[in-house]
Every structure is written in structure tokens, then in C-alpha cells.
Design a binder for this molecule. Structure first.
Ligand SMILES: [Fe+2]
Length: 180
């Protein structure tokens, strides 16, 4: 039987209960790639008949992690941002996402200003998942109809996060639902 959402969630629960650190998250990333290889899952949760926007597919009552489907019609470029104290895994369902990973060159003493340097840039295509550990800064750029499934360590709407203007270095707090 194909690897489905229920199986993926069960695996996330057992993996993250055993190891909530980077190695456990890497296992979740590999399992998400397995899930994205299931065309029935893509059709059911990321198909054209799905409501647009952000849908929570699962939130774990004990461990707090979330599985989210981002059903986008419109292209978007996000500024560099972190996921606060959480981590995030992005798995591509349709089209692609150009990912940039950034690092801070400043000493992080000034809460309103950061100096960023581009570390790496790559494209996630359908079936591929990328991982952004706690504290990592990334930005995303995707075309119309790019859809993805995201797994986060916790509900990001409940924690403080920042975004950074890559040109000016101005740091802003992110508000809930500012997404991705
Ligand atoms: Fe993000």
C-alpha cells in the first residue's frame, strides 16, 4: 500500500518522540519525501479542488508539531525569515520553490538590524523536501500554482519570529499567519 498521510503522521510521532533533535527531523524530512511520492496524497490534499490558502492537516496534541498544506495559486517571493525557536521542513508538491539560505554576519546584538550573507540557493522540485533547523534563516520564491507541504516543530503563529530586509538589514517581528 502507498505511504499515506496517516502513516506519515504515525512515523512523525514515533520518530520525534524518540529524537526531537536534528537527526529525528532529518528522518521526518525523508518520510515527507516518501509521502510526496504518493500521487493519491498529492491529488487529495494539494489538488485543484482543494480550498486555497493554508490548511492544517494535523497538529500533534502532545509533541506540538504541525503538518500544513500550502495551496497557492499566486506566485510569491518571501523576504528572509526565521521560524523562531522552531524548525521547518518544506516539501514540494507541485511546480517548484527556489530556496535561499542566509547567514548572519553581525553579532546579533542589535534587535533591529542584521547583516545577511547568502549561503546557498537551490530549487526544490516535486517530491523533494528541504530542512531548516531552529534559528536558520531562509527565503522562498515560487511561481503560480506552486504548492507545498510544510512540517513545523510547533505552531509558528504562537512564537516570535523575525524577517529581514536583505537590502537594508532592517529586522521586523512577524505577525501570525504571515506564513512560510
Ligand atoms: Fe520559512
Amino acid at each position: 500500500m502507498a505511504y499515506d498521510l496517516d502513516q506519515f503522521i504515525a512515523d512523525c510521532r514515533s520518530t520525534l518522540a524518540k529524537d526531537p533533535g536534528p537527526a529525528g527531523r532529518e528522518q521526518v524530512r525523508l518520510d515527507l519525501e516518501k509521502l510526496l511520492a504518493n500521487p493519491d496524497f498529492i491529488q487529495k490534499h494539494c489538488g485543484d479542488d482543494q480550498p486555497r490558502g493554508l490548511k492544517v492537516l494535523y497538529e500533534d496534541p502532545k509533541l506540538g508539531f504541525q503538518v500544513l498544506a500550502h495551496i497557492n495559486d499566486k506566485a510569491r517571493v518571501s523576504p528572509p525569515h526565521d521560524h523562531g525557536a522552531s524548525w521547518a521542513i518544506y516539501g514540494q508538491a507541485t511546480k517548484y520553490t527556489d530556496m535561499s539560505e542566509w547567514e548572519r554576519e553581525d553579532d546579533q546584538a542589535d534587535p533591529k538590524h542584521a547583516k545577511l550573507k547568502l549561503k546557498t540557493k537551490y530549487r526544490l522540485t516535486p517530491g523533494q523536501a528541504g530542512i531548516y533547523q531552529d534559528g536558520a534563516i531562509h527565503s522562498i520564491d515560487y511561481p503560480d500554482y506552486a504548492r507545498f507541504v510544510r512540517v513545523t516543530g510547533t505552531n509558528l503563529d504562537k512564537i516570535n519570529r523575525i524577517r529581514i530586509d536583505p537590502n537594508t538589514g532592517v529586522v521586523e517581528m512577524m505577525t501570525p499567519q504571515q506564513a512560510t
